[in-house]
Design a protein around this ligand. Structure first.
Ligand SMILES: Nc1ncnc2c1ncn2[C@@H]1O[C@H](COP(=O)(O)OP(=O)(O)OP(=O)(O)O)[C@@H](O)[C@H]1O
Length: 300
C-alpha cells in the first residue's frame, strides 16, 4: 500500500543552522504517528515543508503519492494541517471561516460536514460568533475544524493541545481517534508524552534536525535496555549486585537490567547469598523514560 506520507532525504538550512539533516521516513496509511522532539528539533519546519509553505533545500515529500512541490494541489487536497500558531481572519464568524475554507477546496455544499465538525468540536453554539470574540481554546478548535473541512485522508496536528483545557483535550482526542478508526492517518507533534503514549501506535524521535529513532510505541515501552526490576529481599543486597542498584527503600531494591535474561543471574546471586525474594516486579517503562534516555544519548 502507498504510504500516507513519504519523506526522503530532506535537508533545510537557515543560515548556518541545519534545521533538517537528511530526514527520511514514511508514515503508513491508517497510522496514528507521533513526531516527538525538544524545542528546535525541526518538527515545525518539517510540517511546513509538508504543507508546501517552506521549500526544502533538497529531498522530496509525497502525500498519498503526490509530491508537495511538483503536485502541490493534489498533495494539499490530501492533507489537513492544524498549525501551532493561531492564525485567522478576525472579521469572519466561525461558520463563515469554515465555508470560505471549503470554497478554497472547491466544495460548495459542505454544510452537513461543517455542522458535524462544529458539533464534534463543541463549537455548535459559537457558529455565528466572530473569530475575534473567541477564547484561545475556542480559536484552536476552529483551526482544527478548518483543517478538516475537506475530509483529508491525512491529518497533521502541530501541538494541538498546547495550552488548552482538559475538556477540549479529551473531546479533541475522542474526535481524532474516531477519524483514525475511520481510516484517516494522523500525525501529531506534542510535548505531552503521555498523550503520545496513549494515542499513537508509532513514534519518531527527533533532535537537532535528525531522526534518532522510529519504532512502534509498544517496542519503545519494551526496550530491554530501559528495564528495571524491583526486588524485596529478606536481607541486604549482595555486594555483587551493587553496580546494578538504581535506588533503595528499606528492604526494596530497584536494579537496572541490561536484558531480561540478566534477571536469571540476579536471582542466582541472591540464592548464592542465601537470601529470599519476598516480592518481585518489573515496572513498566514509559515513553517519557525512553524519550529522556534518547535525548541524553543513552542507548535505547
Ligand atoms: N524561518 C527561520 N529562520 C531561521 N531559523 C529558523 C526558521 N524557522 C526555524 N528556524 C530554526 O530551525 C530550528 C528548528 O525549528 P522548528 O520550529 O522546526 O523546531 P520545533 O521542533 O518545531 O520546535 P518547537 O517544539 O519549539 O515547536 C530552530 O533552531 C529554529 O530556531
Amino acid at each position: 500500500m502507498l504510504p500516507a506520507i513519504e519523506i526522503s532525504g530532506i535537508n533545510k538550512q537557515f543560515g548556518d543552522l541545519k534545521a533538517l539533516d537528511n530526514v527520511s521516513f514514511s508514515v503508513g496509511q491508517g497510522e496514528f504517528f507521533a513526531l516527538l522532539g525538544p524545542n528546535g528539533a525541526g518538527k515545525t519546519t518539517l510540517i511546513s515543508i509538508l504543507a508546501g509553505l517552506t521549500r526544502a533545500d533538497s529531498g522530496f515529500i509525497k502525500v498519498m503519492g503526490h509530491d508537495v512541490v511538483t503536485n502541490y494541489r493534489q498533495a494539499r487536497r490530501s492533507i489537513g494541517i492544524v498549525p501551532q500558531e493561531l492564525v485567522f481572519d478576525p472579521f469572519f464568524t466561525v461558520r463563515e471561516t469554515l465555508v470560505f475554507q471549503s470554497g478554497y477546496f472547491g466544495l460548495k455544499n459542505n454544510d452537513a460536514w461543517i455542522d458535524e465538525l462544529l458539533d464534534s468540536l463543541g463549537l455548535a453554539n459559537k457558529a455565528n460568533v466572530n473569530m475575534r470574540n473567541l477564547s484561545g481554546g475556542m480559536k484552536r478548535r476552529v483551526l482544527v475544524a478548518q483543517a478538516l473541512v475537506h475530509k483529508p485522508p491525512v491529518i497533521v496536528l502541530d501541538e494541538p493541545t498546547a495550552g488548552v483545557d482538559v475538556e477540549l483535550r479529551q473531546s479533541l482526542w475522542d474526535f481524532i481517534q474516531r477519524l483514525n478508526k475511520e481510516g484517516h492517518t494522523i500525525v501529531l507533534t506534542t510535548h505531552y508524552l503521555e498523550e503520545a503514549e496513549e494515542l499513537c501506535n508509532k513514534v519518531a524521535m527527533m533532535k537537532l534536525g535528525k531522526i534518532l529513532a522510529l519504532d512502534d510505541t509498544s517496542r519503545f515501552l519494551k526496550k530491554p535496555e530501559q528495564k528495571t526490576v524491583s526486588l524485596k529481599l529478606n536481607g541486604q543486597l549482595p555486594d555483587a549486585l551493587l553496580p546494578k542498584l538504581v535506588s533503595k527503600e528499606t528492604d526494596s531494591y530497584l536494579l537496572k537490567l541490561s536484558s531480561l535474561a540478566e534477571l536469571e543471574d540476579i536471582l542466582a546471586a541472591i540464592r548464592v547469598a542465601n537470601l529470599k525474594v519476598k516480592d518481585l516486579s518489573l515496572p513498566e517503562t514509559s515513553l517519557e523514560d525512553a524519550f529522556v534516555a534518547m535525548m541524553h544519548g543513552d542507548q535505547v
